[in-house]
Design a protein around this ligand. Structure first.
Ligand code: FE2
Length: 293
């Protein structure tokens, strides 16, 4: 087993998006800060309604997938065809924008904490223009395992595996074979996760601090930072304090990436086409397929 070492630590920066929602952005803070096929990771988290209340009014996407994972709070998603979904604590929305979607994501609370993540995952060229679809997955349908060391592992996509058990998340069968898990790890405890050697992987810490890697090769990763990992067969994380973190891995696409805001394609011409399609009302092809669990 080759344990993955840390290649680079990306500290989040404060930014805002939508109609002024305050965010912490790690991946995607500049266009080259990506880990193929992962394009962007935002953490939104505030007790102050002024930081989130304006939400994300209608906006387009083409060419990739967005994954919204709520830890706390209540968001309403609506798309251009009238599909609606409520996201509350623990829920996930996995949206494949592909050919195109125009949607809004608006807070449904006037006070209290809003906390969660939005991840952007690229699609291979052959899937960028397929019909849009999405799945709203309630927390109750997402498996959470408690390990012998009191760690908890929530599996959103792919499979968690160790000597004790295997847990399969609700999202399977993606071209990128994405793994998306959320781990709560008590101080001084160890978490391991096998990964195909050729997959790109990173860990994003959102509470406490951890060491990522094995023995003397391990690197300390602070809160609100992403650790990009070198290749290897397993990810190893030790909690320096009670910690919570996301583990993500996927097959890289190794295709050119041309991004213009919410459009991510392979060439400039395809981006220009997306802009023309959006201006002419042709971004959206047909009613998005919704799979409500
Ligand atoms: Fe969006």
């Amino acid at each position: 087993m080759r344990t993955r070492s840390v290649n680079q630590v990306i500290n989040s920066i404060n930014t805002s998006d939508g109609a002024g929602v305050k965010l912490l952005r790690s991946l995607g803070q500049r266009q080259h800060v990506r880990l193929d096929p992962f394009l962007m990771l935002d953490e939104f988290g505030s007790f102050d309604a002024n930081d989130y209340i304006a939400g994300f009014p209608p906006h387009p996407h083409r060419g990739f997938e967005t994954v919204t994972y709520m830890l706390e709070g209540h968001m309403l998603h609506e798309d251009h065809m009238g599909n609606k979904g409520h996201l509350r604590g623990g829920d996930v929305q996995w949206m494949t924008a592909a050919h195109g979607i125009i949607h809004s994501e608006m807070p449904q609370q006037q006070a209290g904490r809003m906390h969660g993540f939005q991840l952007w995952i690229n699609l291979p060229a052959r899937e960028k223009m397929k019909p849009a679809s999405y799945r709203d997955i309630p927390a109750a349908k997402i498996p959470v395992a408690t390990l012998n060391n009191r760690a908890t592992v929530k599996v959103i996509a792919g499979e968690y595996a160790d000597g004790e058990q295997r847990i399969t998340g609700p999202i399977q069968g993606l071209a990128t074979q994405a793994l998306y898990i959320d781990v709560r790890l008590p101080k001084d405890q160890l978490f391991t996760q096998p990964t195909p050697g050729a997959h790109n992987a990173f860990v994003y810490v959102y509470q406490g601090t951890v060491r990522v890697g094995e023995g003397a090769d391990a690197t300390s990763v602070p809160t609100h930072a992403a650790a990009f990992l070198n290749s290897g067969d397993q990810i190893m994380v030790t909690a320096e304090s009670d910690a919570r973190f996301l583990v993500l891995a996927a097959q890289p696409l190794n295709e050119p990436v041309v991004q213009y805001g919410p459009f991510v394609m392979n060439t400039r011409e395809e981006i220009e086409q997306a802009i023309v399609d959006y201006q002419n009302g042709r971004l959206v092809q047909e009613k998005a397929q919704a799979f409500n669990e």
